[in-house]
Write a protein that binds this ligand. Structure first.
Ligand code: IDP
Ligand code: MG
Length: 139
């Protein structure tokens, strides 16, 4: 299986603040190709499954409430070294600590409402992409 893909979500704060276009533009400028894209809103139960890895963390309830509070855009992206390059493009989890010019530095409101998700490994990119999309065989 290719290891040149990553998975991202444009989070509810960024969608609500009309940042879908500018964020996709940054992603395209950074040479990522869009493989699949979906605008949707998730139930608490569904996003709870997506973030099950964080179940024991103090912010889990807040995260699940927040991520189900409005529409998101789920995207599979392709590029050489996709996972690491995309984490660099989005910046640190806390926007106050994110490098200037990164997507979180530009668009995020807070550590919880931080505009965008990026997979942290090839393995999780595949799991997360498959969570949202099926029938990608033709790609
Ligand atoms: P990441 O998104 O940079 O990989 P993770 O540690 O995997 O960061 O956390 C997942 C998501 O949980 C973050 O993107 C953010 O939305 C939320 N989060 C992380 N830490 C906190 C916190 O301390 N308070 C509230 N929400 C948090
Ligand atoms: Mg993470």
């Amino acid at each position: 299986m290719a290891t040149n893909r990553t998975f991202t979500m444009i989070k509810p704060d960024a969608v609500a603040n009309n940042h879908i276009g500018p964020i996709l533009a940054k992603i395209n400028e950074a040479q990522f190709r869009i493989v699949a894209l979906k605008y949707t809103q998730l139930s608490r139960e569904t996003i709870g499954q997506f973030y099950a890895v964080h179940k024991e963390r103090s912010f889990y309830g807040e995260l699940v409430d927040y991520m189900s509070s409005g529409p998101i855009v789920a995207v599979i992206l392709e590029k050489d070294n996709a996972v690491a390059d995309f984490r660099k493009l989005i910046g640190a989890t806390d926007p106050a600590k994110a490098e200037p010019g990164t997507i979180r530095a530009l668009f995020a409101k807070s550590i919880a409402a931080n505009a965008i998700h990026g997979s942290d490994s090839d393995e999780n990119a595949k799991i997360e992409g498959n969570f949202f999309f099926s029938m990608l065989e033709r790609f």
